[in-house]
Design a protein around this ligand. Structure first.
Ligand code: HEM
Length: 534
């Protein structure tokens, strides 16, 4: 009898286990929550919103920090908290670091297919269907990333300080000479710095005509032909068609502009006259083919020029809207540096208010509010939800920057917030932790961008005071703090806004004017005949 009972118990346990396994196999796997959609067609269309990041912030109040969107072709996971981004992009980086169709080289336009030519979200979504067939987070990306890291890590970028400083001085002289063109001066500055460190091209006068033409194209507009191409697209062509045409036509002229400077470094190397530069290092270290080296060099200004200059434009906007911040930062610089020299890199630790100002800028103005999309390479489970392989992941870093608990009154530009503990006793998170992305695909140019921002912001503050422009009655004009609608290339073209592939996916300030007052310290700006124009 005892034996029978024992067998009966074993039978019951095994039966229960079988039922549990069967049940879990048959139960539809639960996806993370998301807004209701149209039957069969799904809810992905809801993300089609000019200010997508604001929409994401709104819906996260209802659905939480992990929201799911789908249509029959693809699924998209939207992350809206630092925690979820850390958990997935950070801690599970080995499966969350792919991108739809893009190694660094491909993202800069060096791939063979249109899908890789732009970080534009919608194009990525459309092309994502195709790119699901290919794996891109592989050995090529790892090698590119390694090469980038060797030259752009925190220690390595310090060697570029002299170029960054010299170009900042040159930019300020030009800005003071021609204040109406302050915007161009700031943009030219970042492109010149990047050309300097990438190819050691500083003085265009010394170059032959063809190379000079290629460089002017880069200086004027990283992807200059876009403007001309947009003009040639008939207005009635549907949006997708026109964008595909735009990208198809993009390339020929720019590919020349991209290969010329690289070939210049190659010939300098062969002649034994090349000076240190990113491109020279790639050539010397080898390890990859020439096409990759050419495009990797180009990705320096594709990724870095417009993003960094946009931050400088946003800095000017912040100074117009918050003159008291400008005054406080100028006072600190005067106090620490004195009046017989200009601030330099070694002053950084002694300028805490300026340091906080840069943190606040990096939080307040996100060039990439949804960073760049990632893609999941294996099925995964998070917080009990199933996330299928191939899901496109959007890290909405904007939501972190506008987290009211972490950054009370988040729209206000308040550098002092970083010295004030929050209700939980902790100081707010340094925005550098998320504004450049999170995880293995974090911006490789972050340390360099930070150095360029520090150099330019301290020198701008020391030598220049920005204030609001006046209308014909002498009243101050307050510029809008709203950006131009993202991805609105057509509108940007019509408004004569700068256009480049990077900017198609960026958040940039609307055009605004300002008044510029030169401060006495401007007399200390160096005059360097070799790099000064005219
Ligand atoms: C203030 C300036 C900049 C901002 C705000 C910025 C922001 C970003 C962000 C948010 C990403 C996506 C990260 C992710 O997917 O998680 C990114 C990627 C990238 N950035 Fe930057 N960036 C800046 C400057 C630069 C500079 C100066 C360079 C190069 C010199 C650069 C090169 C790149 C490249 C190559 C990638 C792609 C990395 C990859 O896919 O693995 N960026 N950046």
């Amino acid at each position: 009898m005892a034996l029978l009972l024992h067998e009966y118990a074993i039978f019951l346990v095994l039966g229960a286990m079988a039922i549990t396994i069967l049940h879990s196999l048959m139960k539809p796997k639960c996806r993370p929550p998301g807004p209701p959609g149209i039957p069969v067609l799904g809810n992905l269309h809801k993300l089609k919103n000019d200010f997508r990041y604001r929409y994401i912030k709104d819906i996260s109040k209802t659905y939480g920090d992990v929201t799911f969107f789908y249509n029959p072709a693809m699924s998209v996971l939207v992350l809206s908290s630092y925690r979820s981004m850390q958990d997935l992009l950070g801690n599970r980086g080995s499966i969350y670091s792919d991108r739809p169709g893009s190694s660094i080289v491909e993202m800069s336009g060096g791939g063979n297919t249109l899908k890789s030519a732009t970080p534009n979200f919608y194009l990525l979504i459309r092309m994502g269907i195709k790119s699901l067939l290919s794996e891109t987070f592989g050995p090529t990306w790892k090698l590119e990333r390694k090469l980038f890291h060797q030259h752009m890590n925190k220690g390595a970028v310090a060697q570029y300080w002299p170029i960054v400083e010299q170009e900042a001085h040159r930019c300020l002289r030009s800005l003071h000479r021609d204040p109406d063109n302050w915007r161009d001066a700031l943009r030219l500055n970042t492109v010149r710095v990047i050309l300097g460190i990438t190819y050691d091209i500083r003085d265009t006068e010394a170059l032959d005509d063809e190379l000079r033409a290629a460089i002017s194209l880069i200086l004027l507009d990283t992807y200059g032909s876009i403007q001309r191409t947009v003009k040639s697209i008939p207005r009635w062509v549907p949006w997708l068609g026109s964008e595909i045409k735009l990208l198809a036509a993009w390339g020929k002229e720019d590919r020349v502009a991209i290969s010329k400077p690289f070939n210049y470094v190659k010939s300098q190397k062969n002649a034994g006259t090349a000076k240190p530069s990113f491109a020279l290092n790639l050539l010397e270290e080898g390890g990859t083919d020439e096409r990759t080296m050419t495009w990797l060099s180009a990705s320096m200004y594709a990724g870095g020029a417009d993003t960094t200059s946009t931050m400088l434009h946003a800095f000017v906007l912040a100074m117009l809207l918050y003159p008291e911040v400008q005054r406080k930062a100028q006072d600190e610089i005067e106090r620490v540096v004195g009046s017989d020299r200009l601030p330099g890199m070694h002053d950084r630790d002694s300028l805490p208010y300026v340091e906080n100002l840069i943190k606040e800028l990096v939080r307040w103005w996100l060039v990439s509010p949804v960073a760049l999309v990632h893609r999941l390479t294996e099925d995964d489970e998070y917080k009990g939800y199933f996330i299928p392989k191939g899901t496109v992941v959007i890290p909405c870093i904007w939501c972190i920057s506008r987290d009211e608990e972490m950054y009370p009154d988040p729209e206000a530009f308040r550098p002092e917030r970083f010295d004030e503990p929050n209700a939980d006793g902790h100081f707010p998170l340094d925005p550098h932790q998320f504004s450049f992305g999170i995880g293995r695909r974090i911006c490789p140019g972050q340390d360099f961008a930070d150095m360029v921002l520090f150099a330019n912001i301290t020198l701008l503050l020391a030598t220049t005071t920005f204030s609001k422009a006046l209308d014909s009655q002498g009243n101050e004009i307050t510029p809008t703090r709203d950006p131009t609608p993202p991805y609105g290339w057509e509108r940007r073209f019509l408004d004569n806004q700068p256009l480049s592939l990077t900017l198609l996916a960026s958040r940039i300030p609307c055009l605004f004017n300002c008044r510029i007052k030169v401060r006495p310290a401007a007399a200390l700006l160096t005059i360097d005949n070799q790099t000064d124009e005219e």
